[in-house]
Design a protein around this ligand. Structure first.
Ligand code: SF4
Length: 152
């Protein structure tokens, strides 16, 4: 839905959505949301900028009410925890590719066993935690991590 061409504005992503990107497998809040998510994740090299508000994924979400998530208090907390656990790496206003963003979150949160601490209150939490236990995640988001298909 959103493209990164030289003439288009930079895509935005909220910090905790790197985790959603790593565990997405075609499920979501609506068909429109799912299609937008698929299109967004199709290019891990897409350049983006971190945002604290509604982002490129929120654009197509039924929970987005006039540019504000109807669970803003909760999702803002997920974002703050993500930022806190990744140190200064995501603080920069410097644009970065989607895969780098996911790698930072993978290293700082998943590999440290902190997934539940970031978004344990999310309705999808058990689903993602179950996938992480099996190291079942979107490896296309981590092209340079060196992990194999078993996540090892
Ligand atoms: S639930 Fe909220 S934060 Fe998540 S995609 Fe929808 S609008 Fe965005």
């Amino acid at each position: 839905m959103e493209e990164n061409t030289p003439s288009s504005p930079l895509a935005t992503l909220r910090p905790h959505h790197a985790l959603c990107a790593l565990f997405f497998e075609g499920k979501g809040y609506s068909q429109v949301f799912i299609e937008n998510m698929k299109a967004f994740l199709a290019d891990p090299t897409r350049m983006l900028q971190i945002t604290s508000g509604c982002d490129a994924l929120c654009q197509a979400c039924p929970h987005n009410l006039n540019g504000l998530c109807d669970e803003e208090t909760k999702v803002s907390l997920f974002d703050r925890r993500t930022l806190n656990l990744t140190g200064a790496l995501l603080q920069a206003e410097q644009p970065m590719p989607l895969y780098e963003f996911c790698q930072i979150v993978y290293d700082g949160i998943l590999q440290q066993g902190l997934l539940a601490e970031v978004c344990g209150e999310c309705e999808w939490a058990k689903f993602c935690q179950g996938k992480w236990q099996k190291r079942d995640l979107n490896h296309s988001m981590l092209p340079y991590s060196g992990i194999d298909s078993n996540g090892g």
